[in-house]
Ligand binder design. Structure first.
Ligand SMILES: [Zn+2]
Ligand SMILES: [Zn+2]
Length: 310
């Protein structure tokens, strides 16, 4: 456990209550905070929400009145440290699903500031190394590991990236060792393979995806009570995406949609279009798994898990 070094607030406002009550908080894009009030685990925390190059096959639309700089692949984008610092005071672990800028860009700043341990692929860790995140904070994984951290465990699950650009997306680019910060967006965007995480924490099993795909066989036998499911429209590239997932996982009691918002607009901008697009996902879950509860998260609003989880 990390001591609360660098904690800015005397009473951590993120603490939901007594230890043992696990809560989740959506931070936009694929970003989540999971905490029992003591240990704080972040997944793909991305708070800068820059106007960056759009994912392949998508078109960028600037939010009305948004005058911020738009960045290209060759630009060095500066993390929005004010946004990060106002929402992330502490972290013990940061879990990164893949090395794309909307997942990894803010992690060096968060790791340096909080001293959190970063669990990710070699590509992700090479981005951390470029920013001089100390080696003892880096745990490099490839998928298949099942690690015990004392208060919780993390099973690393081999996975697949979203089938962007109508399935034409494919990346074998790598982030080499020896890069020096600051990195361009292209340098911090070589996917490097995609993983998912099963986090076992106070009798809860939380399965976290960072995008809209999975390897069905790798999920065999898993019985999470909470699943963060990538829910943007690009899931429709995948055969029976929601049905196969719900059945393979034994119809999980709680699903929290992730990576469904428009992450190139500020937190204050309307997400009405994204919420409207999400409705078909809610219908898919209801059709295949009617007992599953789906909560559409609001940014930074704690979702406490029932304490009676099996
Ligand atoms: Zn990605
Ligand atoms: Zn992404």
């Amino acid at each position: 456990m990390q001591p609360a070094l660098g904690a800015q607030s005397p009473q951590n406002p993120q603490a939901p209550g007594h230890s043992g009550t696990v809560s989740l908080e959506y931070m936009g894009a694929a970003g989540w905070r999971i905490t029992d009030g003591t240990t704080i685990i972040l997944i793909d925390p991305y708070l800068s929400r820059i106007i960056g190059p759009p994912p392949p096959g998508r078109v960028f639309t600037r939010a009305f009145g948004d005058t911020r700089t738009a960045y290209g692949w060759d630009d060095v984008a500066v993390p929005d440290e004010a946004a990060i610092d106002s929402h992330v005071q502490r972290a013990d672990f940061v879990l990164v699903t893949h090395t794309h800028y909307d997942h990894v860009m803010d992690v060096p700043h968060i790791a340096l500031k909080t001293k959190a341990t970063v669990i990710g692929t070699e590509n992700t860790e090479n981005v951390m190394r470029a920013y001089r995140v100390p080696e003892d904070q880096l745990i490099t994984v490839r998928g298949g590991e099942d690690y015990d951290f004392g208060g919780f465990t993390v099973k690393v699950i081999p996975s697949l990236h979203t089938a962007l650009d109508h399935k034409h997306y494919f990346s074998s680019a790598t982030a080499p060792a020896g890069m020096k910060a600051p990195l361009t967006l292209e340098q911090m965007h070589p996917e490097g393979g995609t993983i998912a995480f099963l986090i076992r924490f106070h009798r809860h099993q939380i399965l976290a995806f960072g995008g809209m795909n999975y390897i069905e066989r790798e999920l065999e036998g898993l019985r999470p009570n909470v699943v963060l499911v990538g829910a943007s429209p690009s899931r429709k590239e995948i055969y029976d995406y929601t049905g196969r997932l719900m059945r393979e996982l034994g119809f999980p009691p709680l699903v929290l949609p992730t990576h469904w918002d428009d992450f190139m607009v500020p937190y204050t901008a309307s997400q009405n279009d994204s919420v409207a697009a999400l409705q078909s996902f809610l219908r898919e879950v209801a059709a295949v798994s009617p007992k599953t509860k789906v909560i559409v998260p609001n940014y930074f609003e704690a979702i406490p898990l029932p304490t009676s989880a099996k």
